[in-house]
Design a binder for this molecule. Structure first.
Ligand SMILES: Nc1nc2c(c(=O)[nH]1)N[C@H]1C(S)=C(S)[C@@H](COP(=O)(O)O)O[C@H]1N2
Ligand SMILES: [Mo]
Length: 230
């Protein structure tokens, strides 16, 4: 009973939050572009399966800043703060007690490889956002990794249903190489927008560029516009 009402509250808050961003979300390229660039059958979002300039891979390459932080479940914490009414710090147990989502989505790296149909499990970003109640001033997020990586997203992109903080990929615990215990995924944007080893989500009123965005990668990172560099 109590569990149910807690869940209802999160779902209700998520719906309200999405309603708040409905108009901006309708203007994002994945919803508004009439001719998304790419080839192949139409994917689950209505775009060609293979975005322009991408090549399908079966392997899963590993990209990082030169080292892979080792974060045990015990040490792992996720801070969600900034322009929110109720900042929180989640432990592994807190995180796993949140509503769990499963999804299958594609992973597009800006270095031109795409790994298709990855089964994921984790927590929806929109549920986490609902939990902390973004203030009216909140428009963007900056995600931080345990390796000091950062990457920025607009809330209308981050709130899409398939943006997850995943702990499971290919039906196995997410490997440390790929950002385990928990990373973010952004299936409708290039994969650098999803921080591995995620440690903090900072809500912001003004856009702030992340690690690669400061070094010439696109702020918006939309694969079906070949939107790689700024
Ligand atoms: N914390 C952190 N997250 C990161 C990166 C990183 O170096 N550090 N690299 C990004 C880039 S450029 C890509 S393409 C993907 C790669 O994820 P993978 O190594 O699991 O393929 O993670 C993104 N997230
Ligand atoms: Mo990348």
């Amino acid at each position: 009973m109590e569990e149910n009402s807690k869940l209802d509250k999160i779902v209700d808050a998520r719906m309200k939050l999405k309603a708040r961003f409905e108009q901006q979300m309708a203007l994002t390229p994945s919803v508004s572009d009439l001719r998304p660039m790419g080839t192949g059958e139409i994917n689950r979002h209505g775009m060609p399966k293979l975005p322009a300039g991408q090549v399908r891979t079966e392997k899963w390459p590993v990209l990082d800043l030169g080292f892979k932080p080792e974060i045990s479940h015990q040490k792992w914490k996720l801070v969600i703060d900034g322009e929110v009414e109720s900042p929180i710090t989640l432990s592994w147990e807190d995180f796993m007690a949140l509503p769990q989502a499963e999804d299958v989505s594609d992973f597009h790296c800006v270095t031109t490889w795409s790994r298709m149909d990855v089964p994921w499990a984790g927590v929806r970003f929109s549920d986490l956002a609902a939990l902390v109640q973004p203030k009216a001033s909140a428009k963007h997020i900056l995600c931080h990794g345990y390796d000091k990586y950062t990457t920025n997203l607009s809330l209308e992109e981050a709130l899409k249903d398939d943006v997850l903080l995943v702990h499971t990929a290919d039906n196995k615990p997410l490997e440390r190489d790929h950002g385990g215990p928990v990373r973010m995924i952004t299936p409708q944007l290039y994969a650098w927008k999803g921080s591995k080893w995620i440690s903090r989500i900072e809500f912001l009123s003004a856009n702030k560029l992340g690690f690669w965005e400061l070094r010439g990668y696109s702020n918006t990172a939309y694969p079906w516009r070949n939107d790689r560099y700024s």
